[in-house]
Structures are given as C-alpha cells and as structure tokens.
Design a protein around this ligand. Sequence first.
Ligand code: GRF
Length: 198
Amino acid sequence: MINIAVFVSGRGSNLKAIFEQIKLGNLPANISAVVSNKKGCGAIHFAVDKNIPTFIIVNSKDEKFASYRKLENFLSGLKIDLIVLAGFLNKIPKEFIELYRNRIINIHPALLPKYGGKGMYGSNVHKAVFENKENISGATVHFVDEIYDNGKIIKQENVDISNVKSPEEIAEKVLKIEHKILPEVIKEFATGIIKFNN
Ligand code: GRF
C-alpha cells in the first residue's frame, strides 16, 4: 500500500480513474491528498465529495513560493510516497521537484517525446497531432523533472487514429488510454515492480 497525492487542475477524469481502481481493489494505494491551483475545478469538487484532504496552491507571483513551502509541510505530514500529476497545469518550483526527485509522475496525452513541451497540453496536443495527419497517437506516463515533459518515460500505449475526423475524436481515444496506463503505473510502484530511487 502506498500513499499518493494527486495534483489536478481540471475535471479530474484521471483522478476518478485512479479512485475507481482503488475502489475495485485493483490498486493497493491510498489517495492521501488532492492538490490543485484551481480551487473550483471538478477534480477538487470530487475530492471534497469523497472526503479526500485537499490543498489549494496560491499561484500569484509573490505567494507561489510560500504556497509550495506550505504544501511541502502539508504533504510531509501525510507520508506521501508518490506524487501523480493528472492534468496539473502549473510549473512546479525546482526546489519542490528536488524534494520529491524520482517520485513525481505525469500523464501526458501524446507519445512523447513528440508533442510535448511548454504549451503542449490538453486540446493543443490533439490539434497538432490532427494537423500533422498522424496515424497513431497515445498517452505517456513519465517522471517529472525541471523541464516540461522531459523526464524518463515509464510507460506508453498507442491508439489508431487513422480514421478520426477531428482533434476531439483523438482526445476521446487518448483519454481512454490515460485512464488505463496511469493506474497501471501507480500499481507498479505500489507493488515494487518500479523501485523508488532516492
Ligand atoms: C488529460 O488529457 C491529461 O492527459 C492532461 O490533462 C488532462 C486532464 O484531464 N494532462 P482530467 O482532469 O484528468 O480529466
């Protein structure tokens, strides 16, 4: 059993997918906290509804650093083993990344290293994939370091998009892959298949 903190900024479908796998008994993990920079987002509403402790990051220029320090204290009390970024749209300070080196993972809605980097998130990714007439897309789970979408790739799974008619169709196909591989990777941490390397 591992304690995870899930960082979110959107509707929370990946958070819900993790929650569901835990509820089904397929994932020996405990969602100890949900963290966001958007207090009104769907993922936070879901966490509150499920009585999961939440923490809201204050993203303003002069308070962001202090807010992440408070977050460090909040998480240290919960003995977090793994941080999971699931649609989290906020640049994490390098000091925080250092503190959790090799214990932060992210789900990206494309086959990195293609279609990654600053600004490549959500629909921006699927529009670029569509405009480039790619035949496959997919999702990637990777370690998080100081550079956007740059950390070591842990797992990828692709999906055929040769017949899609819009970026929205790609998003729908890719999201299904995200909801599959993110819980799979968390399970691999929880069952020791992937070792934590401090
Ligand atoms: C997903 O497409 C994910 O790949 C990207 O942001 C979106 C989050 O969606 N990082 P949700 O909030 O988990 O529904």
